[in-house]
Design a protein around this ligand. Sequence first.
Ligand code: C2O
Ligand code: CU
Length: 501
Amino acid sequence: MPAERLLVDTRLTRRQLLIAGGALAGLGGLSACTGGSSAPAARLIAPDGPEVLAAEQARTAANARVVPFSLRAMPTTLDLGGTTVATWAYGDQLPGPLLRATAGDILEVAVTNDLPQETTVHWHGLALRNDMDGVPGMTQDPIPAGAATTYRFALAHPGTYWFHPHVGVQLDRGLYAPLVIDDPRDAGAYDEEHIVVLDDWLDGTGRTPDDVLADLRANGMGMDMGDGGPPASDILGGDVGDVEYPLYLINGRIPTAPATVRSRPGRRLRLRFINAGSDTAFRVALGGHRMRVTHTDGFPVRPVEGDALLIGMGERVDAVVTLQDGVFPLVALAEGKDSLARELIRTGAGSAPSVGTLPAELDGQLLTLHDLTAADEVFVPERGPDRTLDLVLGGGMDAYAWTINGRTFGEREPLQIRAGEDIRLRFRNRTMMFHPMHVHGHTLQVRDENGAGARKDTLIVLPMETVTVDLVADNPGQWLVHCHNLYHQEAGMATQLSYLD
Ligand code: C2O
Ligand code: CU
């Protein structure tokens, strides 16, 4: 779906919110129809409706602190470490500025749009008030070029989050930044922390993300590396992405000019990984160390140790390492794409490992979605479900259309729910590609065969796999559900989770 169409076709104005009960044929059992001649009208809960405001009220403490920030989306030139690119970013840095506050605070971000086109800001992973979610045509009108707006919302949950535009393929420029919400009760089983933002990069290297999308639409060409040979990735399969990127970055640096984190042996370092890439899953490892995963997508897990982590687009993983003595490469392999990004961690003497040094840990024990289980305090026990909704993931490279339940976003049939329900979602991947599926405004409880799993807002669904999750419908509004492969999203792989009253 081109951005323009996304903005025009799907605008949900207050006037359009009243829909007849008869239009809700898919909502079996929800209607309070008592056999009269016409079913009672069901109403979509508006993004700024009273239910949304009540939910916001409920998560706002009387004495909540307001934390102000300002942000400027603008064209700029960035030095990625010897390679200079013209791009768009938040300010003149990559990643954009860290926004940091404490759970219970109210975040107030004044956004100025100095881009040559309209934009929005989406606060990825937050259970926030619907009208601050940043989805143009669904929760707000976009911010016109040259205009400004202020986002203001209560921060319900601590954790590692990030933000980016939700217009077209702007995210695949330099428009992304970390958002960390501290836990006032966190005892802090670590001594220091480091944020690791991963990205696949092409803007300003001869093509823009818009060129790439136009190309995919025209040619449907992918990066199918599975032709005859062994799969490009032993975990993702042969079809690891649609876009060839010339560069991969950690914290805005190319691998030949890595940043160096300095610390001391014995220190416990918390790494907050964020995959801000548009078409690349990363396999990350730190040479000479095992990692103890403590959180994913902001929420705590039962701590589990591994050598390497698989992180899909939009996902976050927090891991603690106890630092050894020396100089160590922190490597993010672009999974299946035969390329990497890196940083160095230095705690002692020694020369830096060369760019070709691949930590053995990359081939060690790899932790993926199904190795993680929510910590007891955030685990959602199985109750329902009251309603089960299937999301069949389809499409492919030929026409370059990607679908949910056979429909692109423009043709969608919203997933209709009511507040208070226990909703089961089943992501059924019928394609040969992985899809990192993301639900706005909620954190899902993953359910394996035993009912266990992590809390996630973005999760990899492998080729031909089905992943079942439960969602507690406690954040009314109109929410986007989509693949966080940006090009899949733009080619239709998105739908709407729609609260009715
Ligand atoms: Cu990072 Cu619609 O999300
Ligand atoms: Cu996808």
